[in-house]
Design a protein around this ligand. Structure first.
Ligand SMILES: [Zn+2]
Ligand SMILES: [Zn+2]
Length: 411
């Protein structure tokens, strides 16, 4: 049987170039036009893939059919973050205020590199592969946009959806777990309505800033005293906006909060409790209007199907993650909508030389050497020599294990 990675090393310099180019030209969610054009160009050059652009906005879907066998969706997200890069790399972002600070450029380059190998070695696997290049992961909308645009109906339905994410661990390391892998996340916009007045006459006002302050403390009591402890519900108020000057009590105050939960029941319960607390706190302050509570930028729970996860983890020789991560992904939306198996795993993109043996042992528990920057940091810099090749090899390894091809007939 042909090895899917047989001639991979000949092509790695090209995928490194593609990676550096994507890294230098980051685009935010639903604005990944140049990125999509690069994907279409590379897949067309590879040949064999049926390529469809503009799926769910800037998404690209490519299909490669290779006889009877299972259908696997390989998903890479495409978008960058509104972060100003501070890596000092030669190929650093050329766009001020935008950066591939989460490594989605690694994911795209790795999937493109793997797509080339699948097309070049049809004897090494069987079935159907669908490459899903998804926009707007960071705002939690891209997967839903592709689903709303009929990605399940227009392309072969998956038996398995597979996704990978690069992180600040040594290249060569993969990690995952069955069941809940990453938290559900919801952004909340809470608006408190008071009645403004001169700062010298608070008795004529309903002060929304005092209400907001009380509410922040009350919400912390909720997450510390009422919400499930293990796995923990996390609630963080990340922004408060109210008022403009010292001598005016404003009319309104706005709080932005992030809620992380690890099961659907905990999420529903937390949202109901938060709603009750917000309403009661507003009432306690004599609010002039019902408070507003808007849930936006929702990420679903990422749950790995146990049987499929066991096969993928065995193929990759993945490390077992001891607990779910509080970070979030919208990847899970595909498997949930398709009602199929879903497996997501994390992998290292950093140079192992940066890790002492002691540091290596701590990595899976989230302890990182001080000089290694994490995802979303302006200094996040996966190795341009190691991260993309690692990402390519993972996809080849999993497909070789799950899509075993026919031995060529002799003669
Ligand atoms: Zn991210
Ligand atoms: Zn990411």
């Amino acid at each position: 049987m042909t090895d899917l990675a047989a001639d991979l090393t000949d092509h790695l310099p090209h995928w490194t170039d593609v990676y550096r180019d994507l890294h230098a030209h980051p685009e935010l969610g639903f604005a990944e036009h140049r990125t999509a054009a690069t994907i279409v160009r590379e897949l067309t050059a590879t040949g064999g893939w049926e390529v469809t652009g503009r799926v769910g906005g800037t998404g690209v879907v490519a299909v490669l059919r290779n006889g009877p066998g299972p259908t696997t969706w390989l998903r890479a997200d495409m978008d960058a973050l509104p972060v100003t890069e501070e890596t000092g790399l030669a190929y650093a972002s050329a766009e001020p205020g935008r950066m591939h600070a989460c490594g989605h450029d690694v994911h795209v380059s790795a999937l493109l590199g793997a797509c080339r190998q699948f097309a070049a070695h049809p004897g090494a696997w069987a079935g159907t592969l669908v490459a899903i290049f998804q926009p707007a992961e960071e705002i939690g909308q891209g997967a839903r946009a592709m689903l709303a645009d009929g990605v399940l109906e227009r392309f072969p339905r998956p038996d398995l959806v597979l996704g990978q994410h690069v992180g600040p661990f040594p290249a060569g390391l993969t990690a995952t777990r069955p069941g809940p892998l990453m938290a559900a996340a919801d952004s909340l916009r809470i608006t408190l309505y008071g009645a403004g007045a001169h700062a010298s006459t608070p008795q004529f006002a309903v002060d929304p800033i005092v209400a907001a302050a009380a509410l922040v403390l009350r919400l912390q009591t909720f997450s510390a005293r009422q919400a499930p402890v293990s796995p923990a519900t996390v609630l963080t108020v990340g922004a408060i906006h109210a008022g403009t000057v010292p001598n005016v009590i404003p009319h309104t105050a706005e709080l932005l909060a992030s809620l992380r939960t690890f099961d659907t029941g905990a999420r529903e319960k937390a949202l109901a409790e938060i709603r009750r607390i917000v309403r009661a706190e507003a009432q306690a302050q004599g609010a002039t209007r019902e408070p507003g509570l808007e849930v936006y930028d929702s990420f679903p729970l990422t749950v790995n199907t146990p049987a499929a996860t066991a096969r993928v983890a065995a193929a990759l020789n993945a490390q077992p993650l001891p607990a779910p991560l509080a970070a979030s992904e919208d990847f899970g939306a595909f498997g949930t909508a398709a009602g199929c198996s879903s497996v997501f795993f994390h992998f290292g993109g950093a140079d192992p030389a940066a890790f002492s043996p002691d540091a290596l042992a701590g990595v899976l528990r989230g302890a990182l050497p001080a000089e290694v920057a994490t995802n979303h940091s302006p200094r996040f810099a996966p190795s341009d020599r190691l991260a993309v090749p690692a990402g390519i090899r993972h996809l080849l390894t999993v497909v070789a294990a799950l899509h075993a091809g026919q031995e060529p007939t002799p003669g």
